[in-house]
Design a binder for this molecule. Sequence first.
Ligand code: ZN
Length: 501
Amino acid sequence: MEEKLQELKTRLGEIADFNAAANVLEWDQMTYMPPGGTAARAEQLATLRKTAHTLFVSDEIGRLLEELQAEVADLDYASDEASLIRATARDYERERKIPGWLVAEMAKATALAHEAWVQARAESDYPHFQPHLEKIVDLNIQIAEALGYKDRIYDALLDLFEPEMKTAQVAQVFDELKAKLVPLVRAIAEKKDAVDDAILFRDYDEEKQWAFGLDVLRQMGFDFERGRQDKSAHPFTTSFSPNDVRLTTRVYRNQFRTAIFGSIHEGGHALYEQGLSPTLERTPLCDGASMGIHESQSRLWENLVGRSRGFWTFYFPHLEELFPQQLDGVDLETFYKAINKVEPSMIRVEADEVTYNLHIFLRFEIENDILEGKVKLSDLPEAWNAKMKDYLGIVPANDAEGVLQDIHWSMGTIGYFPTYALGTLLSVQFYNQALTEIPEIPAQIERGEFAPLRTWLQERIHVHGKKFTPAELVKRVTGSELSARPFVEYVRAKYGDIYGL
Ligand code: ZN
């Protein structure tokens, strides 16, 4: 068995190298590449992704997996070896169904679409992006058809990001959440004057904001010897190895929340990547369990930690030193309420915890409508705006703050958005479990001590990489299943307190 396992690992390692190289090129495109590099980058990415795909779906890998499956049958389910064979076989079965030319087409289409999206968003020019979106939707439909599905076409794509999750299950959880959130948003709206966040729109020096974000990341435990932070149009995290993890944020002079919560959020993703077991490196297991699980980590740090009173008990005095004029006469309580102001807004990534999921419902429904041909892409801005009015009671003034705001479709990803809401729900389930096991966590956060929480997350979640399906992992860590209830209880308690409901 050792010999075969070694051969499989060697092959998988080479494939991982191709993918990591592609990740480097993508990271560069989003951060430093001049616009002139677009066409060449599209070809380079297409070649790397296609090569990785071709190497992976080879008959040799199939043969090795088949032979090894029998041999690892007696090993512990959670062992590196058994998990590697199990998870890789699942990926293999899926990837075999997708022809290589489709992978290359998608890589090329998305590299071109990214530049078009950046320009379209800058100029609020949806028609400039529409042909790219048409191409991407068409390719996604071809991928979904190649993968196959029983119920909804969306199932095939959702499974790429959230293994074994079904559209119907998402719709059910969302319906439950919707029923609880809409009345809460309404009750808060009636008391909207209870919180004023004007102080966050004062003039905050960009350099100081940047430095503050780096400080917080360091304190959270992000290792700058094994990663770095840069700026990009849309914050994201990627990694080339657990020892080289890249995150980005964006800094606006007059919007204090953007940079810091971008850093904390991406920092949560980055800690996951840095926390993966070194034994999994250069294998398909060296990754998050799913996008939803990944998002649970970013949302946990961003919201449960970063938007808590305890976190700012520690950090507000530092902030006052950095921005004495901007925060003159502002106390901790006023600041805490300001960063937690609930207000229907246009931009998902800037949304408060209560209205955030409403943005996800909208995208989930629109993506389903697009794939099922219920909305024409030429009508997408109108469809978007109509749903914004339905869910949030506001209508974007232009497409830049409407249909063009998110990067995901330009990246070719359809079926990804639900994972943001699923991750948000899971963040509360995981955090509650951490508090059960380590009741001192809130007191530690007030002292700026994040290591016990970070270590708990690493030992219970990060270190396992992609060994378990999301459902298996949630069960192992919390003993229960995905549920909307803990999140609903959390927002009711927190915002009931802030708004005096
Ligand atoms: Zn995220």
